[in-house]
Design a protein around this ligand. Structure first.
Ligand code: CIZ
Ligand code: SF4
Length: 331
């Protein structure tokens, strides 16, 4: 009896501590949110957030979207003096390239996309020599110097249209080999990956076996997969598309349950936009650590100290801009 009482007292203390911590965290978060909102007005800034950002960052943002939606938003922004880009390096770079009169801030310097680092300019030059005349299409997940070496950029939302727009049956494509295979499958063209094995470490985590387990628990759920996933994952998916396309598909589909094969941040948006539908991550660990580096604290510090300003070397910027603009002409 005595032991049971002690156990209950301990459990009670633990519950109280957890409630206290949660309330403290909520209060801190709402304090920070209010401070960010105030600073944003004072500094005439807008906040753009990628679909893979933390829920609280998405909630405070003026606009949430995928890389092409955010690039368009940044490009057409007229009023704001500062654009705080809550995402990873290459996306903020695109904003700085497309709207050079604005101060573009990346809240966390270390927020780098590992896939974007996988393709060097030397590798592109070598591939061009090996396949003379073949146009080079680069996923926007590349650094400005690489974009400067290509003919046109694309995103996962418009890759098929971009590859189809080229008057060539052979296309060099980098850095994501899965997106290259997806493009080849959809267009019937020969799409050569540069480098041969570029990949997204987060999307690589999805395995068809995990989907099988999820399917047993949610037999009516449809499977959505990102084209950065392996071909095995793409083969078992009911729908393959970018995050913006997944959002549209989930809204319009008759299905009410979905197993989602992309980074976990998208669940927040999917659930917010479809409160009556259910979404399950195909693999619980599919979290991009780089996207999650941006926290409310860092966003606040970024706005307050106006750091870290995204700077792109002039020469690379002008050429990369041309590759991005060509993409916008297609779609
Ligand atoms: O294009 C993007 O924003 C990325 C990296 C993923 C997606 O499909 O939205
Ligand atoms: Fe890069 Fe993959 Fe993270 Fe997107 S999810 S930023 S492609 S590592």
């Amino acid at each position: 009896m005595f032991i049971l009482s002690c156990f209950r007292v301990k459990a009670y203390i633990l519950t109280c501590s957890l409630v206290f911590l949660q309330t403290y965290r909520r209060n801190t978060m709402s304090d920070l949110t209010a401070k960010i909102q105030k600073l944003k007005k004072e500094k005439n800034a807008i906040i753009l957030a990628h679909n893979y950002q933390r829920a609280e960052i998405q909630d405070i943002a003026d606009y949430v979207g995928d890389s092409i939606e955010l690039s368009r938003k940044a490009m057409h922004e007229e009023d704001a003096k500062i654009i705080v880009f809550c995402a990873v390096d290459f996306m903020a770079q695109s904003a700085a390239i497309l709207n050079p009169t604005k101060k573009v801030l990346l809240p966390t310097l270390g927020a780098r996309c590992p896939m974007a680092q996988m393709l060097t300019t030397d590798e592109i030059k070598r591939a061009k020599k090996k396949y003379p005349g073949a146009p080079v299409v680069l996923y926007v997940n590349t650094l400005a110097e690489a974009k400067a070496e290509c003919d046109v950029c694309c995103t996962s939302a418009n890759v098929v249209e971009v590859v189809n727009s080229l008057n060539s049956e052979t296309v060099l494509f980098g850095p994501d080999r899965n997106l290259a295979k997806y493009a080849a499958h959809k267009t019937g063209k020969k799409v050569i990956s540069i480098p041969e094995h570029g990949f997204c470490p987060t999307h690589l985590l999805f395995q068809p076996e995990d989907v099988t387990v999820q399917k047993q628990q949610h037999p009516k759920a449809e499977v959505m997969a990102h084209p950065e996933c392996s071909m095995e994952m793409q083969k078992i998916a009911d729908f393959i598309g970018s995050t913006s396309k997944m959002c549209r598909y989930a809204k319009e589909a008759d299905a009410t349950e979905f197993i989602v094969g992309t980074e976990d941040g998208i669940l927040h948006r999917l659930r917010k936009e479809n409160p009556t539908k259910r979404f399950y991550l195909a693999y619980e660990g599919a979290v991009c650590p780089n996207m999650k580096l941006t926290t409310l604290d860092r966003l606040y510090a970024s706005l307050k100290e106006e750091k870290h300003i995204v700077k792109v070397p002039k020469n690379a910027s002008a050429k990369a801009r041309r590759s991005l603009e060509r993409m916008f002409l297609v779609n």
